[in-house]
Design a protein around this ligand. Structure first.
Ligand SMILES: Nc1ncnc2c1ncn2[C@@H]1O[C@H](COP(=O)(O)OP(=O)(O)OP(=O)(O)O)[C@@H](O)[C@H]1O
Length: 363
């Protein structure tokens, strides 16, 4: 297994890596050949960061989330390398783990929360039962663990006693989603992967969960991967953004770079379709053209049929992630032309753009 120092030139800043994905692909065997639903993704998740992964519906976001914990459902096949770097132990090759080892990793090192908490809880068990069962299954000290559970529930602005004594159906959607986040953190993982964790919730609850997540990440030194189709939502939270298009990573950069100087025409179209970073997703305008499905991914750059700056080159070769700037990568042969041809103006401030504006003011 490669060490951190030997790593290839891939999208990352110079911080310490907690999870490394190399050439990660997911395919489903279909009647007429394989369907590739995640295509050679390379990414380094940095310890302590909040990484947002955005993309349209069907772009491969859930496949990416699942592949990080070797959780793609049968008959899907995940290939490539996923390496988890524990703080004080040898690296773990996630795709080589057996079921028992995976189960340990999933709770104790890298937890995962999906949308729709209702389906994650057993309807015949109280929330307390779920916490106890998880602690017992991992041979953890139950009394100490339950103390932690109460703290986590309080951190998430829930009344611990009321929630612990309830069944999931007795809680509102927002409460059960927060209880699920608390449960996912009960064995003190280093990293939390969330796949559309707020999708089923109303706008106000989405926003409030996002700010709670930020507080949690800070308090518990958590690394977070937040996967969503809601760019305005994740822009408020993430330190870096990764953009997926047609099962491939097309741009990766610090959030403010994406918001102010994105270099892939798809990211720019996505931002142009976002009238205001504070506006709800429902106000986004559609992007012209349609995203390909797995059986019809265009040759060359998969975005070329929708792209205003595409040339013949783009119909023939598929650009890899080029370095635009130190820690900014985009899979486009023509980033300068893209910036010129796809203008957008972002109204509204995120924490990131606000910081930039105030820095500029001081110059
Ligand atoms: N079990 C499966 N068998 C074959 N193809 C699948 C299967 N599950 C998903 N896919 C396909 O994989 C592709 C990527 O799906 P994925 O769920 O990762 O997209 P997504 O970006 O998470 O979308 P959404 O936001 O709608 O959840 C889609 O084209 C989908 O149709």
């Amino acid at each position: 297994m490669s060490t951190v120092d030997e790593r290839a030139d891939v999208p990352s800043t110079n911080q310490e890596t907690i999870m490394e994905l190399r050439d990660v692909s997911v395919t489903f065997p279909m009647g007429r050949g394989d369907s590739r639903v995640l295509d050679n993704v390379d990414i380094d998740v940095e310890r302590g960061e909040i990484l947002g992964i955005v993309g349209e519906s069907g772009s491969g976001k859930s496949m990416l989330a699942s592949s990080m914990l070797d959780g793609v459902e049968d008959p899907g096949i995940t290939t490539g390398e996923v390496t988890y770097y524990p703080p004080d132990a040898d690296p773990i090759s996630v795709l080589d783990l057996d079921d028992k080892e995976l189960n340990k990793l999933r709770w104790e090192d890298v937890a995962m929360v999906f949308q729709g908490a209702m389906n994650s809880f057993n309807p015949t068990m109280t929330i307390r039962g779920h916490f106890r069962e998880t602690l017992e299954a991992h041979n953890a000290d139950v009394e100490e663990g339950m103390r932690r559970a109460r703290n986590l529930l309080s951190d998430l602005y829930l009344e611990p006693d009321r929630v612990l004594d309830s069944y999931a159906h007795e809680l509102s959607g927002g409460m059960s989603q927060r209880a699920l986040i608390a449960l996912s953190l009960i064995l003190q993982p280093e990293m939390l992967i969330m796949d559309e964790p707020t999708a089923a919730l109303d706008l106000l609850m989405q926003r409030s969960i996002v700010s709670l997540l930020e507080e949690l990440a800070d308090k518990y030194d958590l690394t977070m991967v937040f996967i969503t189709h809601d760019l305005p939502l994740v822009a408020k939270l993430a330190d870096r953004l990764a953009v997926l298009y047609a099962f491939e990573l097309v741009e990766l950069a610090p959030t403010e770079d994406v918001l102010l100087s994105s270099s892939h025409p798809y990211t720019r179209a996505l931002l142009r379709a976002t009238p205001n970073v504070n506006a709800p997703l429902e106000e986004m305008k559609p992007i012209e053209g349609v995203a390909p499905n797995p059986s019809s991914v265009p040759k060359g750059c998969s975005y070329h049929p929708r792209c205003p700056v595409a040339t013949e080159q783009c119909t023939k070769s598929d650009p890899s992630l080029f370095e635009v700037d130190d820690d900014h990568r985009a899979a486009c042969f023509y980033p300068d032309e893209a910036r010129e041809s796809v203008p957008f103006e972002l109204d509204g401030e995120t924490e990131h753009t606000a910081d930039l504006t105030s820095n500029r003011g001081g110059q």
